[in-house]
Design a protein around this ligand. Structure first.
Ligand code: SF4
Length: 172
């Protein structure tokens, strides 16, 4: 039962991050990330998800890299890099920064989003952390609701959505 609960939680988290990240980003004026060069040889694969019971949050960054005593999470995306990282990718990375901080006791100063052709460093600022915590709190409120309204008007987003077949609010 707890695994089902956890899976539902993660599903809801992914959806909410996707739907709400644009709105939060606009409200907080978060940094969009800076292009960096990274040496992938130093990246260590993460075998098990990180889990923090106090936040009821779990997630598995693709890699962790140690630099100067700091632990930096890395999220790998298979597509080509946009001009700036997508908001949903920034919040996913921020949740890994939060999990690293909670489970390892070291706050990452930034995380890395690795696209096929470019890497971005995204600073894990207090503003980003607060925005993430707001989203998580909102998500918990929505956990107790029987349905959550769709917050976009993009048919193309629905066409690419994995929940299209079971979603009664799909636009396409
Ligand atoms: S099908 Fe569309 S409305 Fe439904 S969850 Fe997916 S993106 Fe949202």
């Amino acid at each position: 039962m707890s695994m089902i609960y956890l899976s539902l939680f993660l599903l809801l988290l992914a959806l909410l991050l996707f739907w709400q990240s644009g709105r939060k980003r606009r409200q907080t004026g978060l940094p969009g990330g800076r292009v960096i060069y990274t040496d992938t040889k130093s990246w260590g694969k993460v075998e098990k998800p990180l889990y923090d019971s106090s936040m009821r949050l779990t997630g598995k960054p693709d890699y962790l890299v140690e630099r100067g005593g700091k632990i930096i999470p890395v999220e790998v995306k298979s597509g080509r890099a946009p001009d700036a990282p997508y908001d949903s990718h920034i919040y996913q990375l921020a949740s890994y920064c939060l999990l690293v901080h909670k489970t390892m006791g070291k706050r990452p100063p930034y995380g890395i989003i690795h696209y096929r052709n470019r890497d971005f460093a995204v600073d894990y600022t207090t503003a980003l952390e607060v925005a993430l915590l707001d989203i998580l709190a909102e998500m918990r409120r929505d956990e107790n609701r029987s349905s959550v309204d769709c917050s976009h008007n993009s048919a193309s987003r629905c066409r690419g959505c994995g929940y299209r077949k079971i979603c009664d609010q799909r636009l396409a």
